[in-house]
Design a protein around this ligand. Structure first.
Ligand code: ATP
Length: 328
């Protein structure tokens, strides 16, 4: 055990994700279990710069495991990108006598954490909290599973109206750089086609596929489109193109947007966040730094932050094959 760690700080940063609260709770409770004090830092790096902090004991994390969003609030903080900003942040570390930082967020937050660590030698450990599942070093990020379930529920509802009116729906889901949400919910919701940033299927292939399905007797269809789809066109442009070429189809677009971030975390995300929070605190006590906790084969693992940021989380290509087969 590294007895140097007497007090840790915890913050949530970047886009919020369901399960972040469960991770905060786990960090606070694990710290208490190991007789370490925990300082809650509000509004991400912004709160670190402005010393928006509060000591939180085990009871301070009561009744948050089931809550979406983040009770610590999150922020995108431009000032932390500057040396001056990070100097102010380190003042907060000194004032509060914080010996190590646990950062719950995405790759941007980890980049900031790494730079901060290299400048001021403060131990940092990352917990991946983002609905996109786009971080290397973990098969699942906190919030991803909940987002999948939220999207599936929404598409199921859209399907009801699509069937009733014989409509073709284009549903845009989150995923600017990663198609995990689109690919998995597309299969789970039985979508006709799935457009993702990793693969360029081309508009003509989409058109052919929709023509084929129409011929085979389908009168309504759902196409799931990731925000960052490779065709380079947004969901409205894609819908317009299809409507022009398939004039007898009634085409509609539904952009699910921020609702995908919200809601009570799934059981999977709560368990994942609880395990990651405990593992992060234990790792910090054991002298680890500059690493991210992750899930691999049901086990907790550590990956250097540099790898977590630079490595690409790969989509499962077998899912594309399965989707193609099932939309026969
Ligand atoms: P999400 O995946 O949900 O977008 P994220 O952690 O990637 O989450 P970002 O907005 O990219 O979200 O980053 C969060 C914060 O991390 C930024 O607002 C900024 O304060 C800090 N940050 C990001 N990149 C850097 C950097 N290169 N240097 C210093 N700080 C950074």
């Amino acid at each position: 055990m590294n007895s140097k760690i007497k007090r840790i700080g915890v913050l949530t940063s970047g886009g919020d994700a369901p399960g972040m609260n469960a991770a905060v709770r786990a960090v606070v409770r694990a710290a208490s279990f190991f007789s370490i004090e925990c300082v809650a830092i509000y509004q991400g790096f912004h709160g670190l710069i402005s010393n928006n902090t509060k000591l939180m004991n085990a009871r301070g994390a009561n009744n948050i495991i089931n809550k979406g969003g983040t009770v610590l609030k999150s922020a995108r903080c431009l000032e932390f990108r500057t040396t001056e900003g990070r100097k102010k942040a380190f003042d907060t570390i000194k004032i509060n006598k914080i010996d190590g930082l646990i950062i719950i967020g995405g790759d941007g937050s980890f980049t900031g954490a790494m730079i901060f660590q290299s400048e001021f030698s403060i131990p940092v450990i990352g917990i991946p909290g983002t609905i996109d599942n786009d971080i290397f070093g973990t098969t699942h990020t906190i919030g991803y599973d909940t987002a999948l379930n939220t999207v599936i529920e929404a598409i199921d509802k859209i399907r009801d109206t699509a069937i009733s009116h014989n409509r073709l729906f284009f549903v845009e889901v989150m995923g600017r750089d990663a198609g995990h949400i689109a690919l998995n919910t597309g299969i789970g919701a039985g979508a006709e086609e799935i457009l993702i940033p990793e693969e360029d299927m081309g508009l003509d292939r989409l058109l052919d596929s929709l023509k084929r399905s129409e011929k085979s007797g389908k009168s309504s269809s759902i196409v799931v489109v990731a925000e960052g789809d490779k065709t380079g066109k947004n969901v409205f442009e894609i819908a317009e193109y299809i409507e022009k070429n398939l004039p007898h189809y009634e085409v509609r677009v539904s952009v699910l947007g921020h609702m995908q971030r919200g809601g009570s975390p799934s059981c999977f995300d709560r368990v994942l966040a609880s395990r990651m929070g405990v593992h992060a605190v234990e790792s910090m006590i054991n002298g680890k730094s500059n690493v991210m906790v992750g899930l691999d084969n049901s086990e907790m693992i550590l990956t250097p932050l540099s790898k977590a940021i630079k490595g690409k989380s790969k989509i499962n290509k077998d899912l594309i094959r399965v989707s193609d087969i099932l939309t026969v």
